[in-house]
Design a protein around this ligand. Structure first.
Ligand SMILES: *Cc1c(COP(=O)(O)O)cnc(C)c1O
Length: 384
């Protein structure tokens, strides 16, 4: 009888069978070599030539991410920003790009301020409005639609399949920042995305101890993917082997970490939705979220560990609450084992769609009651 294929959770827990062939160590070594011995006839039969285009430890972590995304190939880069910008820099000169109004602020800044210096034109559009997306397409010029779902920091949901169709009808590719969803909750390639991007700094690694970025492709023979591979090799954007090894370790527990974060975020969302000092909770798992139906359609196993709350008394009260918490850590980033809180409007500055009364919460692995009580006391003006 044929064995059923192993589930992603099993593949990740065992790092895709990363057992050292020489010693049979259960944990693979870190391959640090920058260069490799040529065969006497000048061939490289192992496929490894030099450390800038490729590395065996990096490849091992890539194989886990590709399996999780249902992708034929994945690439790891030095950061989420390196991953995202490599997709843009791999486009042909003069390409027009559509980007969301609600997205990771540093990438929005790069797209609007830096990408034009490389000859790209970028327009932002409301990615929850299919008519607006269609209207923003420049026929023959638009080569890429970039989306992010759930989108930072309002956790708006974009219908991946609907935007994929618009992109493909226009002869463009769809790339998606899937950092907040993780490959466990959404597998964008199954919904028609061409390229999936993650800040692996966040959930994929999960321990707030590396900076890394990942890309996965729907098709290995896609010319855009080959171009991305060339950008990574020529710009020297590959992830370092030690970071790749830590990422491989983090990935082993991805499933249990993401499940726990989803459970805690859903619990906190429900409790803060009833809190007298909170005006609104932004979380795609709430039935009251405007895009809840689309979230149900394209997310499975949970709605993520990220939520935002809007403080009734306004910006100063939000900043004050963030100043008083003790269990929550006041820090940027997300997706780690420790829960983080951030007043995003102070960080994002002009042009941000983030309301000034908003606190962004990343649920970690602590006890949900401890997290609720800490923020509840802080909102009430007490020191936690
Ligand atoms: C953090 C983040 C990025 C950028 O990733 P880095 O690893 O910090 O470069 C991009 N998109 C999202 C959604 C993020 O949270």
């Amino acid at each position: 009888m044929a064995k059923p294929p192993l589930k992603p959770r099993t593949l990740a827990a065992q790092a895709m069978g990363a057992i050292d062939p020489e010693t049979h160590a259960i944990v693979p070594p870190v391959h640090v070599a920058s260069t490799f011995l040529r065969d006497p006839d000048n061939q490289y039969r192992t496929g490894y030539i030099y450390g800038r285009p490729d590395n065996a430890t990096v490849r091992q972590a890539e194989s886990v991410i590709a399996a999780l995304e249902g992708a034929p190939e994945a690439l790891l880069l030095g950061s989420g920003m390196a991953a995202a910008t490599s997709v843009i820099l791999a486009l042909e000169a003069g390409a027009h790009i559509l980007a969301p109004k609600v997205m990771y602020w540093a990438l929005r800044h790069w797209m609007l301020n830096d990408a034009p210096r490389y000859g790209y034109t970028v327009d932002t559009v409301d990615m929850t409005d299919t008519a607006a997306i269609k209207a923003a397409i420049k026929p023959g010029k638009t080569k890429l639609i970039w989306i992010e779902t759930p989108g930072n920091p309002l956790w708006t949901i974009t219908d991946i399949a609907a935007v994929a169709k618009i992109a493909h009808d226009a002869g463009a590719k769809l790339a998606i920042d899937s950092t907040a969803a993780t490959p466990l909750l959404t597998r964008p390639i199954e919904h028609g995305a061409d390229i999936v991007m993650h800040s692996a700094t966040k959930y994929l690694n999960g321990h707030s101890d590396i900076i890394a970025g990942a890309l996965a492709t729907a098709r290995a023979d896609d010319p855009l993917w080959q171009s991305i591979r060339n950008v990574r090799a020529r710009h020297g954007a590959i992830l370092g082997p030690f970071e790749a090894w830590l990422l491989l370790r983090g990935l082993r527990t991805l499933d249990v970490r993401v499940r726990a974060a989803c459970e805690t975020a859903a619990d906190l969302a429900a409790r803060f939705a009833k809190h007298p000092l909170i005006a609104e909770v932004l979380y795609p798992g709430l039935a009251s979220h405007p895009d809840h139906a689309i979230a149900v359609k394209q997310m499975q196993g949970g709605f993520g560990g990220m939520l935002s709350v809007r403080v009734k008394a306004g910006e100063a009260a939000a900043i004050d609450a963030a100043a008083r918490v003790e269990v929550w850590k006041r820090a940027t980033s997300l997706g780690g084992v420790e829960s983080l809180i951030e007043h995003r409007a102070s960080i994002e500055g002009a042009g941000s769609p983030c309301p000034p009364d908003l606190l962004r919460l990343s649920a970690g692995l602590e006890d949900a009651d401890d997290l609720f009580n800490d923020l509840d006391r802080a909102l009430r003006g007490a020191n936690a």
